[in-house]
Structure formats: C-alpha cells, structure tokens
Design a protein around this ligand. Structure first.
Ligand code: PGA
Length: 249
C-alpha cells in the first residue's frame, strides 16, 4: 500500500486524475469501478477537462457502477447512477453502452447483483476501483460489519450512511434504507485500488483503517490485504502517523 499525501483538495483532485489517467493510458479498455460521493468530484472534473482537450481517450473504457439505492430508478436524479452519469460518464464521453449498471431498481435486486458480478468477471475483473471512504469505514455500500469476501449484494444501510445522505435527499426520513453494492470480493481483487480521502472528518477513520488490524467492523481496513492500493489523502485527512507519506505493507 502506498499513502500519498497532498496539500489540499485541489492537489488531491489533480493527483487523483493523474492516477486514473495513468491506468487508462496503459489500458484504454480498462474496467473501472467509479465511486460517487463528493470526494472524487474534483478529480472527475479534472479528467473531463483533459478529455475535452483530447488528452484522455475514453471510447473503449468500461465503467462499472459501484453502488446505488434499492428501488430508485436510474433516471431519478437522486440515484447514484444519475450521479455517476452526471459526474463521470457524460463529461468524460464514455459511450453509454460501455457502462454496467448495478440496478437497485430491478424487480429482483439480488438477481441484478448476480448479473453485475458476472459482468465484472466477464470483463476479467476490475483494472481499477476508484473508492471513497465512508465516515463509518464503508467502501461503496459495504457497510460494517463486512467480510473481505462479501459478495455483490443487497445491504441495509447503517444509520450513519442514511444520515450522511440526508442532505442529498432533503431529509433523513426519505433516504432509502437499503442499497446494492459491488462486493468487497470484487473490489479487493481489483488490479489497482485508488482510495481518495479528504478533510479532517475522515482523519480518524482513515488512521484506524490503515493502521489497526483488519476487521469486518471497519470494511476499509481490508484494504491492508489488497495487492495494489494507492491512498491519496490531503493533509487534513492524515493523522500524524500517516502524514510521512509511504506505508509499506
Ligand atoms: P464522500 O463519501 O466522498 O461524500 O465523503 C464517501 C463515502 O461515503 O463513500
């Protein structure tokens, strides 16, 4: 695992874009799982600029949705699919037919999860998983507790995740209580994982995820056992133990 410390959110966005562009540059048909949330938005914006300037070919990219709410249609602006489409797929010019949804609105969401996992395997696994870190240590909607082998599945959202989505939904009462998520199994098997972390609110959970023994109670701690992880974090998100930069494991 490499922990890369950057000064602030702007630097995180540029370094995040560089890390993503490096994977796409090496393999234009890369299979990439794309996180929503606020943290990666600056990096996606930076990539969109590079795409507009003709510096980032995306016609062959394969995009995999990371997570969504159960029972929310993709054309609902509050769906995470909609968020991913607005923030990544459209501005980067990814052809819609090269996007694999994780269909939380399906009549049978478990079957949709199985189909998604099959699609990831059919693509030969993920080349890159772009992830954010939840305040409760989740990756995607892999909510605690969660094993490293947890499959793509329907999950019950924790109170913490519901609360942190309340602003986005308008109020806590209307936030869906169930989600679908790419499995921890598929994410940890990605050939590269890029974890983007910003801000003091994430400092303690990031410290515990990287420095304490891996535990299902903190899903992101399973990253310690993944093959190729780059953690990009700004100074505010880094505790003193981590701010040195490189953590060899
Ligand atoms: P954030 O969300 O980027 O909006 O902080 C991260 C997450 O909950 O996964």
């Amino acid at each position: 695992m490499r922990v890369v410390a950057v000064q602030d959110y702007r630097a995180l966005s540029v370094a995040g874009a560089d890390a993503i562009a490096e994977v796409i540059g090496a393999k234009p048909s890369a299979a990439v799982a794309v996180a929503t949330g606020n943290t990666p938005l600056g990096a996606y914006d930076e990539l969109a600029g590079r795409h507009r300037r003709g510096e980032l070919p995306t016609a062959r990219l394969r995009v995999f949705q990371l997570d969504d709410y159960v029972g929310v249609r993709p054309d609902d602006p509050r769906s995470l699919y909609g968020w991913m489409k607005r923030a990544f797929v459209d501005p980067l010019g990814v052809p819609p037919e090269r996007v694999v949804r994780l269909a939380g609105d399906a009549a049978d969401p478990e079957a949709a999860c199985a189909a998604y996992a099959q699609a990831v395997r059919g693509a030969g696994g993920l080349d890159l998983a772009i992830l954010g870190l939840g305040l409760n240590g989740h990756l995607g909607f892999n909510e605690p507790p969660c094993d490293a082998s947890a499959p793509t599945r329907v999950v019950t959202l924790t109170e913490e995740s519901v609360a942190s989505s309340a602003g986005y939904w308008g109020s806590r009462e209307v936030v869906p209580t169930r989600g679908v998520t790419a499995g921890m199994d598929l994410l940890l098997a990605a050939r590269r994982i890029l974890l983007l972390v910003s801000g003091a609110s994430k400092r303690e959970i990031l410290r515990r995820a990287l420095l304490e023994p891996p535990t299902g109670a903190l899903p992101a701690s399973h990253l310690q056992r993944a093959a190729d992880v780059v953690v990009l974090a700004d100074r505010a998100a880094l505790s003193e133990e981590l701010s040195g930069g490189t953590l060899e494991s």
